[in-house]
Design a protein around this ligand. Structure first.
Ligand SMILES: Nc1nc2c(c(=O)[nH]1)N[C@H]1C(S)=C(S)[C@@H](COP(=O)(O)O)O[C@H]1N2
Ligand SMILES: [Mo]
Length: 373
């Protein structure tokens, strides 16, 4: 038996894995709440890059956790199959909680990775399942830590290469693999995995983004998540009689693209930060949303719904909270990086608001309406 296995390695890997999971969980909760805000939830419009950072961390820590989890499983592997498999009720409970923990963690990491690659070899709805399973995983993790606390504390306070007598530890006995080697190897594997996805969101790491499906390719220097053809809006977006309707409840007005372009134009440097972990900053130019609303009537004090030319689907409409409606850098963009929006970036006009997930930056706008309370 290679004795580099055991609590010394398991507890140290577990500690780092635990931190990664915690960061991943918290950033994941944030992302979920921004997209499905509970009454009490508050998310600021500034700093504009905050969601870019939290969601980047979500995907990076999730990917970094994969090698760590594998080494963690390896470090305790013989124990997982120790006889009796079930045993006494207490033992059955302990083993059951480990089965739930391992199962839910593997589920979270695999579905998350596949989602980032936009690969869905399953039929359930990703976001709700991934969200619900996060509570299962973290709950099982807390139980696991509580149950193992004496072992963890003991192992962490012992020097790494000290071993209990019954698992006498020498390099040769361990097949040349010392505990330090295992830990350093796990760290390198995890670091490399993190780097391979970090490039899709950290600009100067872009060339390392070998695992990143959308790392900077796309018209006008911005990746595209869903094209106009995929959304079925090519005809309506290019129609010469296109009009954007702005309805503030008490008044309503329509604007052609030329009329929008004739209004005062403002530029803002804002990122598109996709929930899948890629992000890219760009210079957006267009009409400040609150100014556009004011051309129709008094600035309403409610949330505002963005309706796309896209007829159906999850991205056809989104609701922009009031805090973002009144922000001076929330634009109905007509241009990006100095040229009219590419059809795939939302031509004739799209929403771009600060510190919001990409999925809520509605493209191909056809209607803006105040949500009636
Ligand atoms: N109408 C509509 N808007 C949309 C989408 C979409 O599919 N349909 N995709 C969203 C997603 S998931 C992202 S990340 C951003 C990407 O914007 P981009 O393609 O211009 O980079 O647009 C968002 N706006
Ligand atoms: Mo996205």
């Amino acid at each position: 038996m290679t004795t580099a296995r055991g609590p010394e390695v398991a507890s140290r890997i577990g500690l780092v894995l635990g931190v990664a999971i915690l960061v991943c969980f918290v950033t994941g909760l944030l992302s979920h709440w921004i997209q499905h805000p509970p009454q009490w939830f508050w998310w600021p419009a500034n700093p504009v890059w905050l969601y870019r950072v939290t969601q980047g961390l979500h995907v990076i820590t999730g990917v970094a956790a994969i090698p760590l989890l594998l080494v963690k499983l390896w470090s305790v592997y013989p124990k997982l199959f120790e006889k009796p498999l079930i045993g006494s009720p207490v033992r059955a409970l302990e083993r059951g909680s480990i089965a739930v923990l391992v199962g839910s963690l593997v589920f979270q990491l695999v579905t998350g990775l596949f989602n980032a690659a936009q690969f869905y070899p399953w039929t359930f709805f990703f976001t709700t399942t991934h969200y619900a399973m996060a509570y299962v995983a973290v709950g099982a993790l807390l139980v696991h830590i509580a149950v193992k606390l004496p072992i963890i504390r003991d192992a962490l306070t012992r020097p790494l290469e000290s071993a209990p007598v019954e698992t006498a530890q020498t390099e040769t006995e361990a097949g040349g693999l010392s505990r330090r080697t295992v830990l350093v190897g796990a760290g390198i594997a995890s670091g490399l995995a993190a780097l391979a996805v970090a490039g899709q969101t950290v600009p100067y790491l872009r060339r390392l983004a070998v695992l990143s499906p959308r790392s900077g390719e796309g018209p006008q220097g911005v990746p595209v998540n869903r094209t106009a053809a995929e959304a079925g809006v090519e005809q309506s977006a290019l129609a010469p009689d296109f009009e954007l309707t702005v309805d503030i409840g008490t008044a309503q007005r329509t604007f052609s693209r030329a009329e929008l372009a004739a209004l005062p134009q403002t530029s803002a440097i804002l990122p598109i930060a996709c929930v899948e972990g890629w992000s890219a900053s760009a210079v957006w130019t267009g009409v400040v949303l609150r100014d556009l609303l004011r051309t129709v009537g008094d600035l309403p004090d409610g949330d505002v719904r963005m309706v796309s030319l896209e007829r159906s689907g999850l991205y056809a409409t989104t609701v922009l909270p009031q805090r973002h409606v009144v922000d001076a850098s929330t634009l109905i963009a007509l241009d990006v990086n100095g040229a009219p929006l590419d059809l795939d970036h939302g031509y004739p006009c799209r929403l771009i608001a600060p510190n919001r997930p990409g999925v809520l930056q509605t493209k191909w706008l056809s209607r803006i309406e105040v949500v009636q309370q």
